[in-house]
Design a protein around this ligand. Structure first.
Ligand SMILES: *Cc1c(COP(=O)(O)O)cnc(C)c1O
Length: 396
């Protein structure tokens, strides 16, 4: 079995699991309680908060709010900025066409509530231009939200440039950094980030836990009301084992980032070269400004779904853009945004690598993908038309 879907989720690391078990064994008290068992839990909670703050370059641990994952952090950041913006008569939000659904669907809901949303398009390289963001900002802009790295095609956005523009114009800037944190260097201060979302299970921590960084002075709205946990911004007894597991995984990921990134890039480049040998195939997204472990290809004349199923038969676990919106046959909004036509966007394959993957596995993936693409093209009416010249190739 070859797991090549690390952008979907990762396996919890040994350090994360050990920290979680220790937490359940020893620090099982309620951090809100004043007696010793509770106080020990509080200490562990504060250490986790400080560790997360340090990994992303935050000034203080109190700028970190734990959430139940990346989606919740995105929802809270966006809804909060929208709420505080409205109070000042600002009901315009700027974002991009390639955001995760946790952002896009939240913006759809705000649109129904009367907000005006500007989604900036990206180029064929899958990268948004900072200049386009600057031009979209208005007097009544309450928020700019641009993802750090794309979850489908791995492209890394010019976050520091966008952050600087927002800071100069006095607009709140949020970034969904769920794919970036623990994988590429992220620094909220140097990159002028006001709010940042991250999620434990994308860097070998547990699922169902994440964090929202909120710069001191930026007001935050609670989505869950109740107790005073997370300084009144996220009620409910803390999911301490998950929080502690996430912090352990993040510390490990940040300590090994350079080593991991060099290794992942070597796997990535090998895979890109190998898959690039398939005729009428194309890498999606910029070749350089992409996550160390992300490979995303389009193959003309085939269906991504069939490709995935046949690769699964060979023990290779990957993903396609369209499979993310399970049950729907719509092609990926990201591939459409970079200008891939519908018929080609359907034939996509995302391979997202992790440190556990080996170079031998890359060779196996290349070999099987070549076989499967050639088999599927053999039975594809579209491919026959392309070959007979009854239809034009989109990918040369
Ligand atoms: C996975 C992911 C999310 C959602 O995070 P969850 O913790 O699964 O809710 C949000 N944004 C991006 C870019 C992601 O990759």
């Amino acid at each position: 079995m070859i797991y090549a879907d690390h952008a979907a989720t990762t396996k919890a690391s040994a350090a994360a699991k050990a920290a979680m078990f220790a937490c359940m064994d020893e620090y099982w008290g309620n951090p809100s309680s004043l007696y010793s068992v509770g106080q020990r839990a509080t200490e562990v909670l504060q250490n986790a908060r400080a560790a997360v703050a340090q990994c992303i370059g935050a000034d203080a641990a109190k700028e970190i709010y734990f959430t139940a994952g990346g989606s919740e952090a995105d929802n809270q950041a966006i809804r909060s900025a929208a709420y505080w913006g409205k109070r000042k008569g600002k009901m315009h939000i700027v974002s991009t066409t390639i955001e995760h659904h946790a952002v896009l669907h939240t913006l759809d809901r705000l649109k129904q509530e009367g907000y005006e949303i500007t989604l900036i398009p990206v180029g064929a390289d899958g990268i948004v231009k900072a200049e386009d963001v600057a031009n979209a900002i208005r007097q009544d802009t309450a928020l700019v939200t641009v993802m750090y790295a794309n979850n489908e095609i791995g492209t890394i956005q010019p976050i520091a440039e966008i952050g600087k523009i927002c800071r100069e114009k006095g607009v709140v800037f949020h970034t969904d950094a769920v794919q970036a944190v623990g994988h590429v260097p992220v620094n909220v201060k140097e990159e002028y980030i006001d709010m940042l979302s991250l999620s434990g299970h994308k860097f070998h921590g547990p699922k169902g836990v994440g964090a929202l960084y909120v710069r001191q002075g930026i007001p935050l709205l609670a989505l869950v009301e109740g107790g005073a946990q997370e300084r009144g911004k996220r009620a409910g007894t803390e999911n301490l084992p998950a929080i502690v597991g996430m912090a352990a995984a993040l510390k490990e990921a940040c300590a090994n980032m350079e080593k991991n990134s060099t290794y992942l890039k070597s796997l990535r480049e090998h895979l890109i070269t190998g898959l690039g040998e398939i005729s009428h195939s194309a890498l999606n997204g910029d070749a350089q400004k992409r996550l160390p472990g992300n490979v995303n290809f389009c193959f003309e004349g085939i269906e991504g779904e069939s490709l995935l199923l046949l690769l699964d038969d060979k023990g290779i676990m990957a993903s396609s853009g369209s499979a993310c919106t399970s049950g729907s046959l719509d092609p990926s909004h990201v591939l459409l945004a970079i200008g891939r036509p519908h018929e080609v966007a359907h034939g996509s394959l995302r391979l997202s690598l992790g440190e556990e993957n080996t170079m031998e596995e890359m060779d196996t993936i290349i070999e099987h993908t070549k076989e499967v693409v050639s088999y599927l093209r053999g039975i594809s009416p579209v491919w026959k038309e392309l070959q007979k010249g009854e239809r034009n190739y989109v990918i040369q």
